[in-house]
Design a protein around this ligand. Sequence first.
Ligand code: ATP
Length: 210
Amino acid sequence: MSATPVPGARRIGVFGGAFDPPHNAHIALAQAALGQFGLDVLYVVPTGQAWHKARALSAPVHRLAMTRLAFKDLPHVVVDEREIQRAGPTFTIDTLEALQAENPQAQLYLFIGADQFSAFRQWHRWQDILEIAIICIADRAQSALAQTQFDAYAGGNYRFFKLELPLMPVSATRIRQLMASGKASAAAIVQLVPEPVARYISLNQLYRPH
Ligand code: ATP
């Protein structure tokens, strides 16, 4: 089976991330995904122990709370806790398979940034991901999307789409660095993350220098 869209099928998007913290590019990506693909629902899925992140992530309770705040005004977005609740490492394929089982008639769309796409073939069971989801890729400043990356899969019967999203240089790493430097003004942070997230970071003293 290949990920060919089924006419009239419910369209379910999946957008995973550490969201440590969620930032404005995540919101823009979700908005673009909903608009471009006419999704019925977009599941935003904070990762548990992401296998591919070298550093320890902030506590799941904080990342989940910030993700809820960040996406609360976006219709059709559901923040899904399943990866955070899962014991052990979390893999995208497990989430996709669970969603497919819950919605057997639906077409799944997986949204990732170009940095993740570059490493896609290191993902656990990446071939199975290609079997059940259409992959939609957003360009990212430091890892511009090369046509050759698309073409590398051309032999398969798989479906890839480019998500139309202007380049946004923001990253969670940059936000954590700014906070840890102790020099980040509230005004600077609010340029990068939704205001309730900025408030949450400040109230909970996240990303402070040790
Ligand atoms: P970090 O800097 O800690 O690695 P991040 O900013 O990449 O974090 P994640 O939560 O890891 O944020 O990202 C979740 C998803 O959003 C990934 O698929 C990532 O590629 C995508 N993404 C994050 N920032 C951007 C951006 N500025 N433009 C496009 N996609 C992005």
